[in-house]
Structures are given as structure tokens and as C-alpha cells.
Design a protein around this ligand. Structure first.
Ligand code: PBE
Length: 302
């Protein structure tokens, strides 16, 4: 069982790939902040996307099909690192850029960005980052289940921690948060029965928000006497691993939209434990200085 999960981990070479592919979109055309010029032409009718396996990538493909304004647009996928490089370069040069964005992420703390309005709802609305367990987990691990029912954070706390994680390893940021919030952790674990060394396999996706909540949750469960492993995999594999019983739980399911199709496919073998983070969001994001407000303000490629 565990082996099939391990095998799939290889699929996620994600965050390391193709920095090279960044920056190919805009080759030094004149900088402009919008006003009067055709922003869509300036960005070469290209959306800078992220990993092919992300839920936000699927939603972006849907958006390109849904909106006439995105007719003929290219959706360039590579990696989150490549997208952030393109975004940072464009902002430095005050050039237009259209990226796949999401919250919580430090990009909104680091730069002045706005989501483009999405009147067709291609990106859904407010998302809940949901804790899921495999069926049978509650019966076998009642203590851990009780703890997972309580664990949660607000978006602003996570964004602050993610910004810190730019300079400090995420495991360290997670440990520091635990150390500084022991009373909260005590509230979460106080009434749960002891773990007595039982092993729990948590799966997560490899984005910072999930690496952070995964690492904090691991440490909380360890305080109660569980042995916890934490494995990063593609979103599709998170759902498959849980549904097949190869993993026990995750705090990485973005619902109802981002990972909605994976959830629908496997929901008979999954248990919704808690909405650990509410008010998350995905969408197309642009720098504030761009003179457009909606996906409908973009123009189709001729
Ligand atoms: N994200 C961040 C992921 C989930 C976490 C929104 C980029 C996605 O699957 O789209």
C-alpha cells in the first residue's frame, strides 16, 4: 500500500522544475501600466500559470474556454516558482502580467495585486481548505480524529507565516508557531485520548500553505504521542491515496471548486473532518497598476 504511494511521489518534482521557462513571455517590449494601450497584446495573450497538476490549472483551462475575452489565449504552465519569477520581474519593470493566483499565499503580502473579477464563476467563490480522512480512520484513531476536528487557522496568520518562510525553513516556522501558541495547541489536544506511538500517514500538496499546515499538524499530533509522516504529492494523488487507504488524512483539500472533481470522484471513500481554513480563493491576478478589473476586460487574440 505504502509502496504505491511512494512510487507516485516521483510525479511531484514540481517546485524545482523549469525556472528557465519563466520570463519567456515578455521580451522587453515597452513598459506600460495599461492606460490606452492594449494590455492583452502586451502580455502576448498569455496567462502565466503554475503546475500542470494543480486544481487552479484545471480551473484556468475552464476559464479560457468560458470567456470570449480569453479566446485564443495561451495558458502557460510550468511551476509556482516560475510564475512567481515572472510576476516579480514584471512588477519590477512595471509591465503588465496576468498570473494564476491564490490566497493564502505571500504574493498578496509582498506585492500590490488584485484578482480580476470572474463574473462567470470559472474559479468558484470562497474556498474552504478542508481536512479529509480515509474511511475507518475515526474508529482506529479516535484521538487524532478529535484533534483534527479542532485544528484550524485564519488566512492572515498563515500569510504572515508564509512570508516568514521566505527566509526560514518552513519546518522551523511551523515549530516556532507551535512554541508560541502552546495554549492553543493544548486546547486542541487536551481532551483527546493518547496516541501511544501509533503511526499516522498525512499527505499534503507541495505548496507553502499546505506544507505549513501539514508541518504544524504533524507537530500537534506528535505532542499527543502519535508518530507522524508527512508526504507531499500531487492533488490527484492526495485523493487517491486517501480513498485507497494508503494515507490517513490531509489538510490540503481545497473545496468546493479547486479540487472539486477529485473530491467527487472519491467522496464515497472519504470523510470530511473539518474546514481548517475558510475564505481561501483562486483566480487570475494582476498587479494593481493595471487598468483592468475583470476577466471580461481582456481581449481575445486575433
Ligand atoms: N493551489 C494552492 C493548489 C492548492 C493549494 C491553489 C495552487 C491547487 O491545486 O491549485
Amino acid at each position: 500500500m505504502w509502496k504505491s504511494l511512494r512510487k507516485n511521489v516521483g510525479i511531484v518534482s514540481f517546485l524545482s522544475v523549469s525556472l528557465l521557462m519563466a520570463g519567456c513571455g515578455s521580451d522587453g517590449e515597452e513598459a506600460s501600466s495599461g492606460g490606452g494601450t492594449n494590455v492583452s497584446e502586451e502580455v502576448e495573450h498569455t496567462i502565466v500559470g503554475i503546475e500542470p497538476g494543480a486544481g487552479a490549472t484545471v480551473a484556468t483551462e475552464e476559464a479560457v474556454e468560458t470567456y470570449d475575452s480569453l479566446n485564443g489565449w495561451e495558458h502557460e504552465t510550468a511551476s509556482t516558482a516560475a510564475m512567481l519569477t515572472s510576476l516579480g520581474d514584471a512588477i519590477k519593470a512595471e509591465e503588465p502580467v496576468v498570473v494564476v493566483g491564490w490566497s493564502p499565499h505571500y504574493m498578496f503580502a509582498k506585492w500590490d495585486l488584485k484578482y480580476l473579477e470572474d463574473p462567470e464563476g470559472a474559479y468558484g467563490g470562497s474556498e474552504q481548505i478542508t481536512t479529509l480522512a480515509r474511511t475507518g480512520f475515526e474508529e482506529e484513531y479516535p484521538g487524532a480524529y478529535q484533534i483534527l476536528e479542532k485544528i484550524g487557522w485564519d488566512i492572515s496568520t498563515l500569510e504572515e507565516l508564509m512570508l516568514k518562510a521566505q527566509e526560514t525553513p518552513i519546518e522551523e516556522v511551523a515549530q516556532t508557531w507551535i512554541d508560541e501558541n502552546q495554549d492553543k495547541v493544548d486546547e486542541w489536544i487536551a481532551e483527546a485520548p493518547e496516541g501511544e506511538g501509533k503511526s499516522i500517514e498525512l499527505v499534503m500538496t507541495p505548496w507553502d500553505s499546505e506544507r505549513l499546515t501539514g508541518n504544524m499538524t504533524k507537530r500537534v499530533l506528535e505532542q499527543k504521542g502519535y508518530e507522524v509522516t508527512l508526504t507531499p504529492v500531487d492533488p490527484a494523488i492526495v485523493f487517491e491515496a486517501l480513498a485507497q487507504g494508503d494515507a490517513d488524512a490531509t489538510l490540503a483539500a481545497w473545496l468546493p471548486k479547486t479540487h472539486g472533481s477529485f473530491y467527487e470522484e472519491h467522496k464515497d471513500n472519504l470523510v470530511k473532518v473539518n474546514e481548517a481554513i475558510t475564505g481561501a480563493k483562486i483566480g487570475l491576478a494582476v498587479p494593481e497598476y493595471m487598468d483592468i478589473e475583470s476577466i471580461e476586460d481582456l481581449e481575445p487574440a486575433e
